[in-house]
Design a protein around this ligand. Sequence first.
Ligand code: DGL
Length: 273
Amino acid sequence: MDNRPIGVFDSGLGGLTAVKELVRVLPGERILYFGDTGRVPYGTRSRETLIRYTREDIAFLSSQGVKRILIACGTASTVLDAIDPDPLIPVSGVLYAASRRAVAATKNGRIGLIATASSIRSGLYEKIISSLLPSAEVVSRATPLLVPLIEAGRIHPGDVVCETVVREYLAPIRDAGVDVLILGCTHYPIIRGIIAAEMGSGVTLIDAGAAAVEEVKTSLENADALSDGRDPGVSFFVTDFPEGFAAVGSMFLGSEIAGRTVKIDLSEKFTAH
Ligand code: DGL
């Protein structure tokens, strides 16, 4: 048994899609969520910048005494190979889990992928998918307008701006005949309804954060590291003013998070707890 919290981070709201799933599958756990809202978006950054940000995010969560860290950010997950984590605090990302799920779900071998510009530029999804299913064809597209729309709360079906942008981005992917679409950025499941309506019922949507949560659950079970369930709940940390994050975050999670969101300063030196 291990009663320390699970640390989860993203550039902003996106990782909440993983938190929602974590709470659903592991309701007894304490979760610390960190949204680097002062530096969102990550999806336009260079690899060097992403490595620096990701190291700082991991250092902060490690300083809070977590037992493991989930990088609930597709973009930051692309630099996982360059991170030198504390061997006592396992760190995982979302790319492998999402790719495994996509490969298991596809019947025709045509897999769609939408993600941030940095994630698409990394080419990592293609590499992982072809190692799992060499015959797979990945139809990918960077969809950079979606994160700002979601962070601005334009998340409801019927939002004309969001629906128009989604339609334009997805049309060529749908027309390519994919039967699976990876939501490679953890922000995107927040507008899952809009994306699903555009792709049609024949296309399975893969939520990268949820796929990764399933693997976190299995690894905690295998390591006998689940908590005793006596202190469940989620605490939130951000790097910019909490109100904007809390407003959209509460809407998405379906519970008020305003009073539970603390602003932190990443320029402090954080050392492992
Ligand atoms: N939610 C993140 C991802 O999964 C990052 C979005 C962004 O900050 O650009 O890629």
